[in-house]
Design a protein around this ligand. Structure first.
Ligand code: UDP
Length: 495
């Protein structure tokens, strides 16, 4: 019949090139996005750094997770740093610069020379704003995906106004003052629209604490974030019920902003709908470290809601002094705890000091605690023994905690985390915020507030947010519908 040739010549599904910044939290969430696109029938090329790809393959069954999607492929590119570079703590700045100077021209070259085949659209990590110029030059439609919260994106976006108003840089004399009474740091910030009534100087991103505006991190974040309105759309790993008012602000600058999170939960809903049993049972790990599952057996033996889970994510590096303060605070609080200590996560010790922890603290640990180098965090947070999370307020960790209904003690380390922790404590009331304070009595008091004194309040607020977060990624929910619109958008522009 007449129909047949037409059917045969149907074009293949659009191919989307996904390009994350090479860090754990970025790779995590963009892999979840990749899988969602695959489940919608799109073809996906995922561009990892060589370094991260080796680690991913070594520590997970990532190949098996994506093997069932015929149009999926991994490609790799250098991040420009030598293998032995730590890629954590302050040195993450070097990664930003090498990605900008070395990876950037290579990325363009790979696209130009057709190494990815035909690419219908690019979804790039918005922290690499330069991807817009390359995509525009080559006539490829581009979306920006940000792995951070809407609230911190908006604070980043407002940096020019903050500078204009003289609200940043926050003078260096304030930086190391950690007493609560420091008025400069407690002053309300007026130049981030929508946050005038609760955002204080101390809640601004850590890189705003610098001697002058030429600070390279401040400039980098400012310049990259300003690019996003030039993208076809902005995609955020958040949901309307969580950040609606701030999203309205963002949409004045980036009118097409798709909220499709929490992505880890969204992926699960879609997978349950689409997939066969084999697919569902495959692991979801995208860890760059080897996961130590022995902590799950330990958790099984702990009383209901008795354990505080302690993790500062993949990048934070604690000084020995900070580690000791946390240790005393946790042990003195007499709470059970599961503590993630990444290998090498406390370098920079003062000369002559060993990494050794005082004997009495190690004893305190044995009694009530368990330590691992890297945990299966999503599973840990979902475990019935876990009743609290001492976190650095990274956005993935925050979302994972929200979906699991676990209240938080926040100790933000850098970048977006200072803003996140303010929202957790003041806006969403899902926990308490230590901010710059790292003192054993504060740690003890905050854990007590979370697990005992203010327990009821937090049980109520976290339960409400669990409901809203799960609804958003269920059929008919805001993130679910937004994702369907995003797919339509990609298909339309690929025709
Ligand atoms: N994570 C994990 N095991 C750990 C610690 C962290 O799987 O022991 C995961 C965590 O679930 C989250 C990610 O690592 O998805 C950390 O991302 P986040 O945005 O919270 O912080 P970042 O590492 O970027 O500072």
């Amino acid at each position: 019949s007449n129909m047949e040739p037409q059917l045969l010549s149907l074009p293949p599904p659009p191919r989307v090139l996904i390009f994350p910044f090479p860090c754990q939290g970025h790779v995590n969430s963009m892999l979840n996005l990749a899988q969602l696109l695959c489940l919608s029938g799109l073809h996906v090329t995922f561009l990892n750094s060589d370094h991260n790809h080796d680690r991913l393959v070594r520590h997970t069954d990532i190949q098996a997770r994506f093997a069932c999607y015929p149009g999926f492929q991994f490609n790799t590119i250098t991040d420009g740093l030598p293998v032995e570079h730590p890629r954590e703590g302050e040195s993450i700045l070097e990664l930003c610069f090498s990605v900008n100077s070395i990876t950037r021209p290579l990325f363009r070259e790979m696209l130009v020379s057709g190494q990815f085949g035909l690419v219908n659209c690019i979804i790039a990590d918005g922290i690499m704003g330069y991807t817009i110029d390359i995509a525009n030059e080559l006539g490829i439609p581009i979306f920006h995906f940000r792995t951070i919260s809407a609230c911190s994106f908006w604070a980043f976006f407002s940096i020019p106004q903050l500078i204009e108003a003289g609200e940043i840089p926050i003078k260096e004399r304030c930086v190391f003052v950690t007493t609560e009474g420091n008025e400069d740091m407690d002053a309300l910030v007026k130049s981030v629209p929508g946050m005038e009534t609760f955002l204080r100087s101390r809640d601004l991103p850590s890189f705003c604490r610098c001697s002058d505006v030429s600070n390279p991190v401040l400039q980098l974040v400012k310049n990259e974030t300003q690019q996003s309105p030039r993208a076809r759309a902005l995609i955020l790993n958040t949901f309307e019920d969580l950040e609606g008012p701030i999203l309205s602000q963002i949409r004045t600058q980036c009118p097409t902003t798709y909220t499709i999170g929490p992505l880890h939960a969204h992926r699960k809903t879609r997978l349950a709908k689409h997939a066969t049993n084999t697919l569902q049972s495959s692991s979801n790990s995208s860890s760059l470290w080897e996961v130590d599952r022995s902590c799950m057996t330990w958790l099984d033996q702990q009383p209901l809601l008795s354990v505080v889970y302690i993790s500062f994510g993949s990048l934070a590096v604690l000084t020995r002094d900070q580690l000791i303060e946390f240790w005393y605070g946790v042990v003195n609080s007499k709470k059970n705890f599961l503590w993630v200590r990444r290998l090498d996560s406390t370098p920079g010790n003062k000369e002559g000091e060993s990494e050794d922890i005082p004997v009495e603290l190690v004893e305190g640990t044995k009694e009530r605690g368990y330590m691992v180098g890297w945990a299966p965090q999503e599973e840990v947070l979902a475990h019935k023994a876990v009743g609290g999370f001492l976190t650095h307020s990274g956005w993935n960790s925050t979302l994972e905690s929200i979906v699991a209904g676990v209240p938080m003690v926040c100790w933000p380390y850098f970048a977006d985390q200072q803003v996140n922790s303010r929202f957790v404590s003041e806006v969403w009331k899902l926990g308490v915020d230590m901010k710059d304070l790292c003192d054993r009595t504060i740690v003890e008091q905050m854990l007590n507030d979370l697990m005992v004194e203010r327990r009821e309040e937090f049980v109520k607020s976290t339960a409400e947010m669990v409901g809203l977060s799960r609804r958003s990624v269920s059929e008919g929910g805001s993130s679910y519908c937004n994702f369907d619109r995003l797919i339509e958008d990609i298909k339309l522009m690929s025709m």
